[in-house]
Ligand binder design. Structure first.
Ligand SMILES: Cc1ncc(C[n+]2csc(CCOP(=O)(O)OP(=O)(O)O)c2C)c(N)n1
Length: 690
């Protein structure tokens, strides 16, 4: 079954990768040498893609979860005709090259997702398969299989060891994602050792226990066996497939089967020896035999044909189902449907008010019916995070469960369900929503308590790095959680999230700010958005007395101003502390103090404003500034300046009723007023404030 041409092509992949790494004097030659045959069979015989349109919507998705094997992916992309030049490949890992150290989405055409942190790509692939299944269930009609593609991932020992992949695999098995196939580069070697010292479980049996279909390929160079395994995976529609392919890291090199072949260039001598062993000319470097190139490049015509055929199906679909087609087109183009926000409510002023998590739930349910891309769920916390989309279905495999099954959000159990039930798997959820966003056609969201954002930080960071449009709803955002105590009371999490570049963190101060926060979350492109919300009720501010909640769009805005816009003192707060500074400001004003109250729900939105607009909110001339937030001080110095003060939390919290904890930690109107007065007194004693 393996022709000379096949061998030539596989060795082309191998040595393009090896030369890339050697030339850069940096990178990982071991994986490409061992895994080239399986990658070749998949890309040349099974994978459906169009090199000249990497974003063709119905393409199969390919994720190199073992991102350190990037040289193999770049070889595949270049040879099959993507816009990745040999020059880029020659400049692998160099400044400005389209072939960076690890695959980066948005940087290299054909790279579906950024990988490198092991396990994440696996989770992304599960998200992509969920995306495909939901889109197919919503749009496909008898005789019109508009959405019909597969998700493939190449995964390594490290991927399978990481917890995030275990979470995602467990859910994928439960969800019976039959169009997901993982090729496991089972080479028994990791970065620092053989797997015999760390990883001795029966992988096939483990995945079978998750509900996966498994196939073993005893020899990673046996193309027929690999192809048969891929065919078996394709035929298995009710379970995801894991193909365990026994390979040899650094195949053909003097360091074959050693961890030394994993992550360092082979060295000039060993490159030569490896080429000799595998019958490859030692000169020139970056050799691409014409016959191999022609064979790979046939992918271009195949891909163009596949896309053209799909475009015809789309036309037929559009004629038959114009309304659904229009809806689909919006998703294809990443456009918001007109009128998506028509039902967002305005919340009336209310002293008792409601929690921002409740306000968020109301807003989500108001927008979801008009916004089909919005789909997501929580890590087993719907009743607390208020993120269920009522009546819009529960994503679960057929056969459908009873409609009244515990935990149902209503609307039926099927792949059309827009409520994703992640189970208690925060990290898996983070990676999976990234996969949905990377797939396209979705505004995916996840939800949990703010404290547990820690469990999914690596995925959040990658969402930010990729500029993925995902939304996370993090509730129970402060000490006010109360009785559950310090394990559940976030203290440093806001600072932690704010530290991530390209991420937008929004902590709205009342129900109407929450509504605007959701508008921002939906309208934003190229950034993940984190909504940080309260469990406890907050007063809904009377916007006829205070500035409009739309000010949230600017990150910080003047809610209450001093007479003539000339404050002696500025109080700044986010989220639940806004109500506190409003109450304090009113009391201070009665005492004749010229105070300005600034609601500051988002540092990142504020930082995006021109300096002059920021200065208009926080005039440099006013040094008496008091920031109030139930989180660590870190970062607030930027806004209070050298002479301001803060009321923050620099220790862990404590278990007691929320009101008691807030009182003990000084989050009371009395204490805010006292600190403000002390600050002002300091100023009048020493110098002019303005
Ligand atoms: C989360 C994470 N931890 C650690 C690393 C560093 N690292 C890169 S590859 C690797 C292990 C390599 O073993 P394997 O996954 O089997 O790949 P192979 O050696 O077969 O290429 C490690 C620990 C990483 N990339 N991601």
């Amino acid at each position: 079954m393996s022709s000379e041409l096949d061998q030539l092509c596989i060795n082309t992949l191998r040595f393009l990768s090896v030369d890339m790494v050697q030339n850069a004097n940096s990178g990982h030659p071991g994986l490409p040498l061992g895994a080239a045959p399986m990658a070749y069979v998949l890309w040349m015989r099974r994978l459906n893609y169009n090199p000249h349109n990497p974003l063709w919507f119905n393409r199969d998705r390919f994720v190199l979860s073992a991102g350190h094997g990037s040289a193999l992916l770049y070889s595949l992309l270049h040879l099959s005709g993507y816009d990745l030049s040999l020059d880029d490949i020659r400049r692998f890992r160099q400044w400005g090259s389209k072939a960076p150290g690890h695959p980066e989405r948005g940087h290299t055409p054909g790279v579906e997702t950024t990988t490198g942190p092991l396990g994440q790509g696996f989770g992304n692939a599960v998200g992509m398969a969920i995306a495909e299944a939901q889109l197919a269930a919503r749009y496909n009609r008898s005789g019109h299989a508009l959405i019909d593609h597969h998700t493939y991932a190449l995964v390594s020992d490290g991927d399978l060891m990481e917890g995030v992949a275990s979470e995602a695999a467990s859910l994928a098995g439960h969800l019976k994602l039959g169009k997901l196939t993982c090729l496991y580069d089972d080479n028994s070697v990791t970065l620092a050792a053989g797997t015999d010292i760390t990883f001795s479980e029966q992988r096939a049996r483990r995945f079978e226990a998750y509900g996966w279909h498994t196939v073993s390929v005893a020899d990673g160079n046996d193309l027929a066996a690999i192809d048969a395994a891929l065919a078996a995976a394709r035929a298995e529609t009710a379970r995801p497939s894991l193909i365990l392919v026994r390979t040899h890291i650094g195949y053909g090199s003097p360091e074959q089967d050693s961890f030394k072949a994993h992550g360092s260039p082979l060295g000039v001598d060993d490159v030569r020896k490896t080429k000799q062993t595998l019958g490859w000319p030692t000169e020139p470097d970056f050799l691409i035999p014409g016959a191999a190139l022609a064979h790979f490049r046939a992918a271009v015509a195949r891909g163009a044909q596949a896309e053209a055929a799909w475009n015809e199906s789309l036309s037929a679909y559009t004629r038959a189902f114009p309304d659904m087609a229009e809806e689909f087109q919006h998703r294809l183009r990443d456009e918001l449907p007109p009128g998506w926000d028509a039902d967002i409510p305005v919340f009336g002023a209310d002293v008792k008010g409601l929690s921002t998590r409740d306000a968020s739930g109301i807003v989500m349910n108001a927008i979801a019916p008009r916004l089909p891309p919005l789909s997501g769920g929580s890590a087993d916390l719907d009743p607390s995070t208020k993120t269920a989309l009522k009546g819009l279905g529960d994503f679960n495999p057929p056969p459908t469960k009873d409609a009244d099954e515990q935990g149902s959000d209503g609307g039926g159990w099927s792949y059309a369900g827009r409520n994703l039930h992640f189970g208690v798997r925060e990290h898996g959820m983070g990676a999976i929503v990234n996969g949905l966003a990377a797939h396209g056609g979705f505004i995916p969201y996840g939800a949990t308590f703010l404290i547990f954002s820690d469990y999914m930080r690596p995925s959040i960071r990658l969402a930010a790095l990729m500029g993925l449009h995902v939304v996370h709803v993090f509730t129970h955002d402060s000490l006010a959680v109360g009785e559950d105590g310090p394990t559940h009371q976030p203290v440093e999490q806001l600072a932690n999230l704010r530290a991530i570049p390209n991420l937008i963190v929004i902590r709205p101060g009342d129900a109407n700010e929450t509504a605007v926060a959701w508008r921002v979350a939906v309208e934003t492109r190229d950034h993940p958005v984190m909504l940080v919300l309260t469990r406890q009720d907050l007063p809904t501010l009377d916007r006829s007395r205070y500035a409009a909640a739309d000010g949230l769009r600017r990150g910080a805005y003047v809610l209450i101003d001093a007479p003539g816009g000339k404050p002696d003192l500025i109080l700044i707060a986010s989220g639940s502390e806004v109500g506190l500074i409003v109450a304090a400001a009113e009391r201070l004003q009665q005492q004749g103090i010229a105070v300005r109250c600034v609601s500051m729900p988002s540092w990142e939105l504020f930082e995006a404003l021109p300096q002059a607009e920021r200065d208009a909110v926080l005039p440099p001339s006013v040094g008496a500034r008091l920031a109030v937030e139930m989180g660590v001080a870190q970062g607030w110095d930027r806004y209070i300046g050298t002479r301001g003060d803060m009321l923050v939390v620099e220790t862990f919290g404590a278990s007691a009723p929320g009101a008691v904890v807030l009182d003990k930690y000084g989050f009371t109107v009395d204490n805010v007023c006292m600190k403000a007065e002390a600050l002002l007194a300091n100023f009048s004693a020493s110098e002019d404030n303005r």
